[in-house]
Structures are given as structure tokens and as C-alpha cells.
Design a protein around this ligand. Structure first.
Ligand code: DGL
Length: 273
């Protein structure tokens, strides 16, 4: 593993691409190896035990690609598995929750913060934990939005159906007088425009991806692992556990670079060499 090694990034599906996009923007000299667990999405409704098992398998796969650090670009896996797997991973590993909580704590003015996420993320109480540790005076209101992930995976980002669903979920939080809303699932920034049109300009929307990329940059600097290769953006590689072509098309609608190929991996039977 060296400065030239890539960064491993993973999610349950396409959501982690919102984090990849931000890493590409803020750290243009880094190469990325992405894994989307499209065969087993969603993670949000699964148990902690299952998410830890999946995360272990993916870490093993990414390590086989000689990554120098791993970004858990999934809130549910960050909530349930990061602590359990971090030590044994044997390389720097960060999630999206802590950076997201930090950004929200800095953004709020009235101390009332809404968090939307999967059932798993909201049930884990992890945003509450990090937010209260950063600022004990904040009040956190969580709301699970389980229909958002399938709507995003379907590509219905501006659809009237998605709007009705979003209005119903979000009205519970706006009624609580929040001034900050954390998009606590990596799929949700893809609904940002729609959510903005519902909440108006008075509520700050926090996308944890931005702060995650900052955290990653600091971590690589501290470890002496910052990439120095100019134009590394051509070398990113993408793997999924199912539906490679569908994923590739989706990735091309989000990312600033062209994804030419996405490869299928049988993650459950993957064995490192
Ligand atoms: N991307 C996942 C997250 O951030 C949500 C999708 C899923 O449920 O797998 O929690």
C-alpha cells in the first residue's frame, strides 16, 4: 500500500456515488475503487449482524485491490458496522455519520436538527449520539424514510410520486421547527432539489458527503498517504454484486467522469488471494 494506491469506497448500491462525486471534486489526484452491493440492497431494513457480515466481506474484497483507506459511503453500514470492523481492517477507515453530524452541529442556529435516513440508521440513534457529543444542547428529531431508496434506485428523482412521499415524511420534521436537516442516507442527496422545494430556503440541508471528503483528505495527510498523481480521475474502477450495466448507466448520470465499465463480483464467495 502506498500513496499511489486507490481509495476503497462502498455502499449498498448507487447511493455511495454521491460520496464518490464529492471525493472526485475535492481530491482530484485520488483513484477510487468502488463497490456497490446491488444484489443485497437495501441495507436499511437489515439487522446489525447482517450488515457487519456484509461489511467484512466487502472490506476483504477492497483490501484485495490494495486500497490505502476505506470510506464507508453508506450511513447504515457506518452506523452498524464501522466500529466493529475498523480495528480488524488494518487500514484507515472512515464513515459518513460522524462528519455529517459535525457539519449539522456547526450549521444549526436554533439547535433543532432533523435527520432523515433508513430504518437502521434512525433506529441506531447514531446521529443523536454524535450530535449530542458535539453539542449537548441540540435536540435531534429522526425520521426513517424507507420509500426513498427504492424511488432513487428507480431513478424517480423528480417524479410526482416521490414528491408526495417526501412531503409526507418531511412534514413531521418541519412541524418540529427544525432549522437543519441531515440527509442521513447516501441516496438522499439525489433528492436534494425535490427536498429543497418542499422545505424552502429557511432550512439548511446537510449532505455528509462534503464533510466526509474533508475528513478523508485530513486522514490521508496525517497518514502520509495523499495521492500525488495528476489526472488520476481516468483510473477509477467500479464493481457491483449485480446489474453491472444498470449501475454503469446510473453512475454516468451522476459522476463527472465517464464510467466505461462496471464489473460483477460474487461478493459472498469472494476469497482474497
Ligand atoms: N445508502 C444507504 C445508506 O446510506 C441506504 C440504502 C440502503 O438501505 O441500502 O444508509
Amino acid at each position: 500500500m502506498s500513496c499511489d494506491s486507490p481509495i476503497g469506497v462502498f455502499d449498498s448500491g448507487v447511493g455511495g456515488l454521491t460520496v464518490v462525486k464529492e471525493i472526485m471534486r475535492q481530491l482530484p489526484n485520488e483513484r477510487i475503487v468502488y463497490f456497490g452491493d446491488t444484489a443485497r440492497v437495501p441495507y436499511g431494513s437489515k439487522s446489525k449482524k447482517t450488515i457487519i457480515t456484509y461489511t467484512r466481506q466487502i472490506v476483504r474484497f477492497l483490501r484485495s485491490k490494495d486500497v490505502k483507506a476505506i470510506v464507508v459511503a453508506c450511513n447504515t453500514a457506518s452506523a452498524y458496522a464501522l466500529e466493529a470492523v475498523k480495528e480488524e481492517a488494518g487500514l484507515p477507515m472512515i464513515g459518513v455519520v460522524e462528519p455529517g453530524a459535525r457539519a449539522a452541529a456547526a450549521a444549526t442556529r436554533n439547535g433543532r436538527i432533523g435527520v432523515i435516513g433508513t430504518e437502521g440508521t434512525i433506529k441506531s440513534g447514531i446521529y443523536n449520539q454524535f450530535l449530542s457529543a458535539t453539542n449537548p444542547h441540540v435536540t435531534v428529531f429522526g425520521k426513517a424514510c424507507p420509500l426513498f431508496v427504492p424511488l432513487v434506485e428507480e431513478g424517480w428523482l423528480q417524479d410526482p410520486v416521490t414528491r408526495i412521499v417526501a412531503q409526507r415524511y418531511i412534514s413531521d420534521l418541519t412541524a418540529k421547527d427544525i432549522d437543519t436537516l441531515v440527509l442521513g442516507c447516501t441516496h438522499y442527496p439525489l433528492l436534494r432539489k425535490l427536498i429543497r422545494s418542499i422545505v424552502g430556503e429557511g432550512i439548511t440541508l446537510v449532505n455528509p458527503a462534503y464533510e466526509t471528503a474533508i475528513t478523508l483528505r485530513k486522514l490521508l495527510q496525517e497518514e502520509g498517504l495523499s495521492g500525488e498523481r495528476q489526472g488520476a480521475t481516468q483510473d477509477h474502477t467500479f464493481f457491483v454484486s449485480d446489474g453491472a450495466e444498470k449501475f454503469r448507466q446510473f453512475a454516468n448520470s451522476i459522476l463527472p467522469c465517464e464510467v466505461v465499465e462496471t464489473k460483477d463480483v460474487n461478493i459472498e464467495s469472494f476469497e482474497a488471494d
